[in-house]
Design a protein around this ligand. Structure first.
Ligand SMILES: [Fe+2]
Length: 186
């Protein structure tokens, strides 16, 4: 009998990779490979409503532990892009339902925190269900997204640190500034 694939299966694989490779580029790419499998299992997201990660109505994590590792679900509506933002942690995003208009932004200055901050859009792509992308370690974990084609997008997001309590940065490319925002503030 084949073992059933569960959240625990995924987390077990992630921990094995982190032990072997840490959160190196190679390690995060391997985790993205496992995330592509998890993203083919929308049923593991459960039935409860999913909060908007940027308005504070955060839903219960699917997994979290004392190391900071946390797996959450996120929903992004099609109305408008999220702010250009970072979470203060590496992460891996896997779309399990809907399509995601996903932007990768890069910080061009030497800074890591709030205040003056030069950022530029480096890539925009549509993520299909089953696709996964890596959020590199800070300060380059900068992105923006929305549901594509007038539909919301739903995704699993694994973070290396508990981003539900860490401050985030919201970037304004026109003003070349970044503002620190606590999760749930806006
Ligand atoms: Fe985000």
């Amino acid at each position: 009998m084949t073992a059933t694939y569960t959240i625990d299966t995924f987390i077990g694989e992630v921990k094995e990779i982190l032990e072997e490779d840490g959160s190196s580029e190679a390690g995060l790419e391997r985790i993205a490979g496992r995330m592509r499998v998890l993203a083919q299992h929308p049923e593991l997201a459960g039935e409860e409503p999913i909060g908007n990660i940027h308005t504070g109505s955060q839903s219960r994590p699917l997994y979290q532990d004392d190391s900071g590792l946390i797996l959450v679900r996120a929903m992004f509506g099609p109305e408008k892009m999220t702010p250009i933002h970072s979470h203060g942690s590496w992460g891996v995003i896997g779309v399990y339902k809907g399509r995601d208009q996903y932007q990768v932004w890069q910080r061009l200055d030497e800074g890591t925190g709030a205040g003056e901050a030069k950022v530029a859009l480096v890539e925009e792509r549509i993520l299909e269900p089953g696709e996964a992308v890596v959020l590199p370690a800070p300060p380059q974990d900068i992105h923006a997204q929305r549901g594509h084609d007038g539909q919301p997008t739903y995704e699993y997001v694994l973070f290396g640190a508990n981003t539900m309590v860490l401050p985030r940065l919201y970037f304004d490319p026109a003003q070349s500034t970044a503002q620190e925002v606590l999760p749930g503030q806006r």
